[in-house]
Write a protein that binds this ligand. Structure first.
Ligand SMILES: Cc1cc2nc3c(=O)[nH]c(=O)nc-3n(C[C@H](O)[C@H](O)[C@H](O)COP(=O)(O)O)c2cc1C
Ligand code: SF4
Length: 366
């Protein structure tokens, strides 16, 4: 049998859960440590839906991929899905061991899943080792080595095994090869799941879902851990890491959302930041206190865009970066930073009392 880690290395598969880490390196470390496998099918990011789609349409390939990763050690595989979701139901009815995850944003973070799998709380671990996580859970208990892979990553493993590394590399760019699922949603005619690859124009991706409507003004890429672009930027951006980096973003977990132009975008962003603040696991001071403060700063800036609020908010963002045990505050800070830049004209319109027609909810917000 082909060495699966070498095959994945040749294919250039990177994780589809958001961080885009080399799957071959994770797999090698997992094998060396006899690690258990958790297949992350939570779709926890705002707007995510691809893992549910894989479970609904390609469950057998997903199971094959998990067996390949675990080297046939089936008792050591678990499938994580949100409690009571259709995905959890489909996995259970196929006789698979389901790790039922509470409906919280940070519960689907990998160390939170490992903690939950060991009978602890679904909260990120605050002490850990890279790639294959052993260490201690949120209650200080020792946990065995475990590797967490996104469901799409595992599905791609089975495809690469079946169709070959060359097939995989015939999609995407040499730096970011392979097909990728993208959930295109929000203000589009045909929201749904689309298969794309790095290097496509974001406008082509949006065209598959019916195109960017003429009244659309903002497009989110990557959910709450992602960025927001103006419609003009979305029309000229290439969906690949270099193209997204220019806007402070990345490919992320395959989510493109056209914001509703009838809602004030400052309020849309406020809602997302407040949601992020409410989802802190409350374990790290900068996250527990800094995120609600960030949400309050955002509201203050919307009320008074001409004061010192912008500088205050930027300072707050710099105090959040890399200060949590998990990447949750980094993701929200990245989103807020991007929204602050992209929505600069809206803040200015606020200051001049010249908000665009249709943003009726400004009145409630300020
Ligand atoms: C707050 C938070 C939530 C996350 N939710 C998910 C999720 O729902 N599904 C997922 O695959 N990864 C999620 N991740 C990323 C995982 O921690 C992890 O990086 C991923 O499952 C690893 O799989 P991959 O190497 O195949 O990408 C989340 C990360 C953070 C910080
Ligand atoms: S950074 Fe926030 S969400 Fe992550 S572990 Fe710390 S308190 Fe929890």
């Amino acid at each position: 049998m082909t060495n699966i880690a070498e095959l994945l290395e040749t294919a250039g598969l990177t994780g589809r859960g958001g961080a885009a880490f080399s799957t071959a390196i994770k797999l090698k470390a997992a094998r060396e440590n006899g690690a258990e496998l958790i297949v992350n099918a939570c779709d926890g990011e705002l707007g995510a839906a691809k893992d549910a789609w894989i479970v609904a349409h390609h469950l057998h390939e997903l199971i094959d991929g998990a067996a390949l990763v675990a080297g046939g050690r089936r008792p050591h595989i678990r499938y994580a899905a949100h409690r009571g979701s259709r995905t959890a139901g489909l996995l259970a009815s196929a006789g698979l061991p389901v790790l039922e995850v509470p409906h919280r944003y940070v519960s689907s973070e990998e160390t939170a899943l490992i903690s939950l799998a060991q009978g602890g709380l679904a909260k990120p671990m605050t002490k850990r080792a890279p790639f294959v996580f052993g260490g201690r859970d949120s209650q200080g208990r020792k946990v065995p080595p475990t590797v967490v892979l996104n469901a799409e990553t595992v599905w791609r493993v089975s495809q690469i095994h079946r169709l070959g590394a060359e097939w995989f590399r015939s999609f995407g760019t040499s730096a970011e090869p392979g097909p990728r699922l993208v959930a295109v949603g929000g203000h589009v005619a045909r929201p749904g799941m689309y298969e794309a690859s790095a290097g496509v124009a974001l406008s082509d991706l949006l065209d598959s879902a019916g195109g960017l409507p003429p009244d659309a003004r903002h497009v989110g890429v990557g959910g709450l851990g992602g960025v927001v672009l103006t419609a003009a930027e979305a029309r000229s951006t290439i969906w690949e890491t270099p193209g997204m980096k220019r806007h402070g973003g990345a490919l992320g977990p395959g989510i493109v959302t056209v914001w509703n132009p009838a809602e004030c975008p400052i309020e849309t962003a406020a809602r997302m930041i407040s949601y992020g603040a409410g989802e802190s696991a409350g374990q790290c001071g900068p996250c527990m206190f800094g995120m609600p403060a960030l949400a309050a700063d955002w509201t203050d800036l919307a009320r008074n865009p001409t004061g010192k609020g912008r500088d205050h908010l930027l300072l707050r963002l710099s105090q959040l970066e890399r200060r949590g045990a998990c990447a949750h505050p980094d993701g929200v800070a990245r989103f807020a930073q991007s929204a602050l830049r992209t929505l600069a004209p809206e803040f200015a319109a606020h200051a001049n009392h010249a908000c665009q027609k249709g943003h009726k909810r400004h009145a409630q917000f300020v």
